[in-house]
Design a binder for this molecule. Sequence first.
Ligand SMILES: *Cc1c(COP(=O)(O)O)cnc(C)c1O
Length: 366
Amino acid sequence: MLTVDLDAVAENYRSLRGVLNGAECGAVVKADSYGLGMAQVSRRLAAEGCRSFFVSCIDEAIRLRDILQPGNATIHVFDGLPPGAEQLFDQYALSPVLGDLDQIARWAAHGRAHGGRSAVIKIDTGMARLGLTEAEVNVLAAEPERLDGLTLDYVMSHLSCADEDGNQMNAAQLTTFQTLRAKLPNAKASLANSAGISLGAEYHFDLVRPGAALYGILNAPNQSSAMKQVVNLKGKILRLRDVDSNQTVGYGASHQVTKGRRLATVAIGYADGYSRSLGNRATGFVGSKKVSLVGRVSMDLITFDVTGAPDEFLTPDGPGCPGGNVELIGPGHGVDDLAREAGTIGYEILSGLGPRVHRVYLGEAD
Ligand SMILES: *Cc1c(COP(=O)(O)O)cnc(C)c1O
């Protein structure tokens, strides 16, 4: 069971907004709000006053538009404008983040045919993914009629190393952003993700785009402590087993367990996003007792050695009917701790949590 504390999301939103001096604080809710539930998260953030939302693709955007009314929320689509999607963007009042000259040409033609459209243009300053190259910015600068039909609302870019405070990429990207931006018509600007916000005011511009920080993931060493933890993940114990003879645990027989140990079989696995790389590595908690995952992670099951853990947390429903839980993500063991054990980052852990993980929400907006 995944408990999502929307009050904590709201508090994280307010504390991010608190460090901004005039910039607007948007919210990145792509990938189902990093696995936490786009509908619940977005509704709560809208209730906190958030007005600019970012998703990856048009499917996510259409789903979000069902949740948030156009007057209440601008929805920006990072992937840009797929060929032929102009009508859909209109129908759902979506804003494509235009990432190349072809997208700009199609959105501008659409604008000229329909009384004008506002535009967000992304420029690449060091990621080499989406966004106009310097050469493409120069084409636009030399041929401004390419923007006829459009009002340039925002120029955007994305930082590659914002989580490393001292990395010289940050200042280099900031300079490139300012240089390229100056070649385009005057518009508002947006550069910072969560970690970018903590790089300082010169990275904030007019609109910031945090995702991770809202969801309590570590994103910059100096910021982590300020963000409230949002999720708690408990795995239900299906069976307790007191080992009566030495044996092995799970696929591959990769763990030896000796007589006298106590095992708990827990209902979660790699099909739920509990990564297979956690086999023989993860820890969890039963009450205040730290316990270790033993053996491999199966598709639907994992096993913890819970020897010495207090009975009342293992069997709240009474002996022979284990209804207890192992806390897989919680106060003593955050998303980033589990990510470290899995050899990945908190982003991947959260966004990987599958639909079979039952979600419970605290602090839902009306
Ligand atoms: C995902 C994403 C963000 C949010 O990044 P966080 O590190 O989660 O704050 C911001 N901008 C762009 C372009 C993104 O793709």
